[in-house]
Design a protein around this ligand. Structure first.
Ligand code: TYD
Ligand code: MG
Length: 447
């Protein structure tokens, strides 16, 4: 069959494919993200003859103990679900400059100290630059090899020759495959490269870390394009001006995605933060209205509510969802009868952290009311719960862990959804008070 190149348009955000250009992506609703790429028509998919292929029953398949390799970085091991799984493909995404290369070089350092054969492939930095970074981080052993290369065929050859156990690809947007004609960083290149790496990982039982930059301009394809292809997706996030970083599991075929790891960027690389809650609550004001501590890792929610002089009140939400704040204010207006519509409101999650889980709803609501009514909430009280449109407080996941974390930090009272309380044992040293609605919660704190 005749081969030819066809023009295809890809969304650089999510990889949505279309025959024509579109202003808005139907897949992820991002605007102006479509870019034209040339792809080979009828690219010959390799097919095995039917008589070479056999099917199996479950009992015929042998499983072995999942082999985990520890990175000696506890926070990372936990987010990975207990260490690196052999033959797995892990995507580490994040903004440029957030510390992805630093984290992975530290992983390489620890693994090479365990005498594992590690290969670090960089398409972004020269060997000298890597060495300068490595010198800041510490002592390396000789079982780490470095390579500056962007051609995937060459990389495949080298991997076959060197037979490493762990490979780091920094970054996927710089890699290219000769068979694909579009530029490195384009959706088709990034996908094709990831496909090749997937085959290497599964075929040779090598764990591969892939670095993917999150880009704002949409010039190169973002890591979301390949999320579905890899086993594990981790995002490294945080405020570049603050020193801490959060590693968040978004997808994990070998563990839970509820885990996060907290790191601090110092002069000599990333350090684990042992007690993130304590770190986040540092410097919290005493007896101030508008400040509440909420769940997950413990965070402080601040709110400032004041009378508005504008026709449309001004509202901002730093570190949480703006629309959610508006919704919760509407709930307070309608279900509790507070005149929120005439107020400006500024909500902030202290420490610059971003927290979008519904469990902080109750924290936001209490912080808003606390500021509105100028009542300080007892500083040994903590709360969590999702707030629904009728003002009801709904159950959230992991109630026990949240209470345990609060107790560890010396909180003596916890306001939580009544439903969550029902299947929990009483905990010594912390008073658990279940609430059914926002009204109940307000009654408890204004006493
Ligand atoms: P880097 O790992 O290069 O980010 P990425 O690979 O995600 O683009 O991180 C670079 C930043 O980290 C840079 O601003 C310098 C800072 N940094 C430190 O503060 N301490 C260190 O020990 C290192 C290696 C980097
Ligand atoms: Mg880098």
């Amino acid at each position: 069959m005749a081969k030819g190149k066809t023009s295809v348009f890809f969304c650089q955000e999510c990889g949505y494919e279309s025959a024509k250009w579109m202003g808005q992506c139907p897949g992820c609703h991002a605007w102006n993200t479509f870019v034209e790429e040339k792809v080979e028509k009828n690219s010959p998919a390799r097919k095995r003859a039917a008589n070479e292929v056999t099917v199996s029953t479950l009992s015929q398949i042998e499983t072995r103990e999942e082999m985990r390799i520890t990175t000696d970085i506890e926070e990372l091991d936990r987010v990975l679900g207990g260490g690196i799984v052999k033959g797995s493909l892990v995507l580490v995404g994040g903004d440029p400059g957030i510390g992805k290369s630093t984290l992975l070089l530290q992983v390489c350092k620890n693994l090479s100290r365990q005498r594992k054969r590690v290969l670090y492939i960089s398409g972004e930095e020269s060997l000298q630059q890597i060495k300068i970074r490595a010198e800041r981080i510490g002592e390396f052993s000789e079982s780490l090899s470095l390579l500056c290369e962007t051609n995937l065929d060459t990389i495949h050859e080298i991997i076959k020759k060197e037979k490493p156990e762990i490979v780091v690809i920094d970054s996927i947007q710089t890699m290219y495959n000769e068979t694909v004609s579009s530029a490195p960083g384009s959706v088709s290149q990034v996908r094709e490269s990831t496909g090749t790496l997937m085959q290497i990982a599964k075929g040779m039982d090598i764990a591969i870390f892939i670095v993917g930059h999150v880009t704002k301009e949409g010039v190169v394809a973002g890591p979301r394009v390949l999320e579905h292809m890899v086993d594990t997706v981790l995002y490294f996030e945080g405020d570049r001006h603050a020193s801490y970083r959060i590693l968040r599991g978004v997808k994990n075929r070998f563990g839970s995605t509820n885990e996060i790891g907290v790191f601090e960027m110092r002069q000599d690389g990333l350090h684990e933060v042992e007690n993130p809650s304590e770190y986040m609550l540092n410097g919290r004001p005493k007896d101030a209205s508008g400040s509440v501590v909420a769940c997950s890792i413990l965070i402080e929610v601040q709110a400032l509510v004041c009378h508005s002089n504008l026709g449309i009140p001004r509202r901002t939400a730093a570190g949480t969802d703006y629309n959610r704040v508006n919704l919760l204010m509407a709930v307070l207006e309608k279900r509790v009868g507070l005149q929120m519509s005439a107020c400006d409101a500024y909500v902030n999650i202290a420490g610059g952290i971003r927290m979008n889980e519904p469990a902080i709803d109750l924290g936001i609501v209490l912080a808003l009311v606390s500021s509105y009514k100028e009542i300080a909430i007892d500083d040994k009280t903590i709360c969590f719960g999702e707030v629904g449109l009728s003002g009801e407080v709904r159950a959230v996941s992991m109630a026990e862990q949240r209470v345990a974390e609060a107790k560890k930090l010396g909180f003596t009272r916890c306001i939580l959804p009544k439903v969550s309380l029902q299947n929990m044992q009483p905990v010594e040293g912390i008073r658990l008070e279940g609430v059914e609605s926002v009204k109940d919660a307000l009654r408890l704190v204004s006493k």
